[in-house]
Design a protein around this ligand. Structure first.
Ligand code: UDP
Length: 329
């Protein structure tokens, strides 16, 4: 029997590369696509030797061509951290809007099922807590996060339109904060920021008073949820995340304990429109997909810390770390 074929955009990124691994494990033919602006070939170089793996260096915002048949498309290409939106706002808007349009067109032409990566950011700074899929959100379209949030909201609208108007088989996952090996050390996200600071012997920068909350999901749990959603017949958006909520101040303290750093916590200005609280309601994922997270934060953080510790010194002290510092006021 011939293998099922899947296209994964953003395949060299943090989540995309873990999805490549998962579908290789399931014996698919995997095509990873990436323009490598925020992705890194190191994340997938172990797959290049496989005959059922291909890499296309391509910007999906421009045009997407894949020869032959396709069974599935996973659209995971996008910058995904506030520091990236500030650096590359136009590309962020384009990949969520034009890129999604191109991939929906591809899925339609190939009669493939497509799953798009949406985000808890569609809820903005939420006035409903925890967030259910029925909540419409509280987003500032012209704030610094607007380029990401609105592109993702447009993406969901476009995906539903292709489903209702063209009958394309679509799936929408709303991803909450996720962590694990292969996160970019200097992308400004809180976990690599804190662990990087601990490893470099710097103080940990908590933004604001640290009372804002997040709920962190380990990457293997997320991948399992996405796999189940793709294989399900459910077309409305589904939250995938870990409801175990924590304040950023408590999180900094956990990282200090984990790394054994002697550094202290210092407070910096809270970025504009930084959501005050975030926790997924995962009732839908539980009932429809029979899914819930299995990896505790203490287990997941240990594995992730080992990964960051194993990075070479020049990566740990890389120049784009300086760009991150200019973002912190
Ligand atoms: N944060 C922080 N220190 C940092 C980086 C981030 O206190 O060095 C905070 C940030 O203000 C936010 C939370 O940690 O409240 C999560 O930030 P991240 O960028 O990881 O994700 P998002 O805000 O998109 O959930």
């Amino acid at each position: 029997m011939s293998r099922k074929k899947i296209l994964i955009t953003g395949g060299a990124g943090f989540l995309g590369s873990h999805l490549c691994d998962r579908f290789i494990k399931e014996d698919y033919h995997v095509i990873a696509m990436d323009n490598l602006i925020t992705g890194d070939l190191k994340n997938i170089e172990h797959l290049f030797k496989l005959e059922n793996f291909e890499f296309y260096h391509c910007d999906v915002s421009k045009f997407v061509h894949v020869p032959g048949h396709l069974d599935y498309v996973l659209h995971f290409a996008s910058p995904a951290s506030p520091i990236d939106y500030l650096k590359i706002p136009i590309q962020t808007l384009k990949v969520g809007s034009l890129g999604t349009h191109n991939l929906l067109g591809l899925a339609k032409a190939k009669k493939a099922r497509i799953l798009v990566a949406s985000t808890s950011e569609v809820y903005g700074d939420p006035l409903e807590h925890p967030q259910t899929e029925e909540y419409y959100g509280n987003v500032n379209p012209v704030g610094p996060r607007g380029v990401y949030d609105e592109a993702k909201r447009f993406q969901e609208a476009m995906t539903m339109a292709y489903h209702t108007y063209h009958g394309v088989e679509t799936r929408i996952v709303r991803i909450f904060n996720t962590y694990g090996p292969r996160m970019r050390l200097n992308d400004g996200r809180v976990l690599p920021a804190f662990i990087g600071q601990a490893l470099r012997g710097e103080d940990l920068t908590v933004f604001g008073d640290g009372s804002q909350t997040r709920s962190f999901c380990y990457v293997d749990d997320l991948v399992e949820g996405i796999y189940r959603l793709l294989m399900s017949d459910y077309v409305m958006p589904v939250n995938i995340g870990n409801p175990d909520e924590i304040t950023i101040m408590q999180f900094a303290e956990e990282i200090i304990k984990l790394t054994g750093t002697k550094q202290k916590i210092i407070q910096k200005e809270l970025p504009v429109n930084d959501p005050k609280q975030r926790q997924p309601n995962i009732t839908k994922a539980k009932t429809i997909l029979n899914w819930e997270p299995k990896v505790s934060r203490s287990e997941g953080l240990k594995i992730t810390y080992e990964y960051f510790k194993s990075l070479p010194k020049d990566v740990l002290f890389a120049r784009d770390h300086k760009q991150f510092e200019t973002y912190i006021k």
